[in-house]
Every structure is written in structure tokens, then in C-alpha cells.
Design a protein around this ligand. Structure first.
Ligand SMILES: *Cc1c(COP(=O)(O)O)cnc(C)c1O
Length: 231
């Protein structure tokens, strides 16, 4: 089941890439298997079927899985992080997608410095400015990016992430993704020192195909691989 789902998702990723502007069709799309609320057995099955990156939204859950998962993969933090957990996050995650405040960036920088790590991060942007979601507003993006490159030597800014509002018709997410892609290209064009703006993380099970068409090069898919989560 997981293997078949994964094959379907990979097929859809390829089909969506073919719908991109011709210049972008060959560009790589990284698939993150979102494993929150799924057990280690399911994770092993997915990894054996070719998954190379997993995404978790809670530090504690990731910690307990990391301690027993006998497979080597990239670990991505995709959920909101409280500043008091930054010290655990820097020890575990290859890429932290959910940096949603300057205060959190400072805390991550401090904890990464303690373990001598250059921590890769994305800034999470709340494009639609939904009350229910974390993330910086677009107008705060430039200031936050400048803060990271000038004051956080142990962080490497690698790009942007967003969670689109939920619409029954996923097509309605398109303007959100298009807006963030423009911001991503503008950030790239600024050639900020120490930054390496290469990842645009957008799209989940419901809307990843649209996100890819609009320029996402990381998609975060849980339900589409593992089926519904039991909470
Ligand atoms: C849970 C989650 C996902 C995956 O959601 P699905 O709908 O199961 O694909 C992606 N991104 C974030 C930030 C999440 O919290």
C-alpha cells in the first residue's frame, strides 16, 4: 500500500513538472514523506520503498523515532517550534522549514553555535495572513532574511516555506503559490551573503501538484503516502 501510494505520488510529481514553464521542467523536486502520527514500522516501509527524507512536526515525536529508526534519511522539521525546544531541534534536523519569527531564528542560532553546527533553515511565510497559522507576513520577509544573514552566523538561509489555506478546490491555492514563488526569486536575486536560496517548500497531499506547477521544489506529503492519520 505505502509502496503503491509512493509510486502514484512520484508519478504525479513528474506530471506536474511537465506542466511547468519549459525552463523549469527538468528541475528536481524533493519529496518529503510526512511521518507525523505514523509509527516507525510505516516509516521503515516507506524508506525501503525509496523515501529519502522524512518530515515531522513535533520535536518529541521525532526524538523517539530517531532513537529507534535504524535507517539513514534526511530529517525535516515542518511544524511550529517553541523557542525552548530549539536546543533539541538543532541536534536532530537537517532542515528546519518552520522558522516563523526573528526570535526563533536567534534562539536556533545560539543553540547551533553551542554544538558548532551550521543549521539550514527556511523562513515560513503566512502568505494569506491566516489567523490560524504561524508564519511571517510577506512584508516581514525581507527584514527577517536580512536579520538571519547579518546576525545569525550559525544559520544558513536556504529558502521559503508556506502552508496554503485549505480550499475544497485546490486550484484556488494557485495564486498563493505563485505569490511566494515571486518572493523566492526576488530573494534569490538579492544574492545575500552566506545565504543559499535554493528551496521553495510548498504543497501537501491536497495541493502539491498545483504547488509544483507554480515552482515548488520541495513538497511535503503525508496522507497521500501513508493514508489518513489516527489522532
Ligand atoms: C501534516 C503536514 C503536512 C502533510 O499533510 P498531508 O495533508 O497529510 O499531506 C505537510 N506540511 C505540514 C507543515 C504539515 O504539518
Amino acid at each position: 500500500m505505502i509502496g503503491e501510494n509512493l509510486a502514484q505520488v512520484r508519478l504525479h510529481i513528474d506530471l506536474s513538472r511537465q506542466k511547468r514553464h519549459v525552463d523549469m521542467r527538468q528541475d528536481f523536486v524533493k519529496l518529503i514523506a510526512v511521518t507525523k502520527n505514523h509509527d516507525v514500522d510505516a516509516m521503515r516501509t516507506a524508506i525501503d520503498a525509496g523515501v529519502e527524507s522524512v518530515g515531522e512536526n513535533r520535536v518529541q515525536e521525532a526524538q523517539s523515532k530517531l532513537s529507534v529508526l535504524d535507517r539513514s534519511v534526511e530529517w525535516h522539521l515542518i511544524g511550529h517550534l517553541q523557542t525552548n525546544k530549539a536546543k533539541y531541534a538543532v541536534k536532530m534536523f537537517d532542515l528546519i522549514h518552520s522558522v516563523d519569527s526573528v526570535k526563533l531564528a536567534d534562539e536556533l542560532n545560539k543553540e547551533a553555535a553551542k554544538i558548532n553546527k551550521l543549521q539550514d533553515i527556511l523562513l515560513q511565510i503566512n502568505v494569506a495572513e491566516e489567523e490560524s497559522k504561524y508564519g511571517l507576513k510577506i512584508i516581514e520577509l525581507t527584514g527577517a532574511a536580512e536579520h538571519v544573514v547579518s546576525s545569525c552566523p550559525n544559520l544558513r538561509l536556504c529558502g521559503l516555506m508556506t502552508i496554503a489555506p485549505f480550499f475544497d478546490d485546490a486550484e484556488q491555492t494557485r495564486p498563493i503559490f505563485r505569490t511566494l514563488y515571486k518572493e523566492f526569486k526576488a530573494l534569490q536575486a538579492r544574492n545575500l551573503p552566506t545565504a543559499d536560496i535554493q528551496w521553495l517548500s510548498m504543497g501537501m497531499t491536497h495541493d502539491y501538484q498545483i504547488a509544483i506547477e507554480e515552482g515548488a521544489n520541495i513538497v511535503r506529503v503525508g496522507t497521500g503516502i501513508f493514508g489518513p492519520r489516527q489522532y
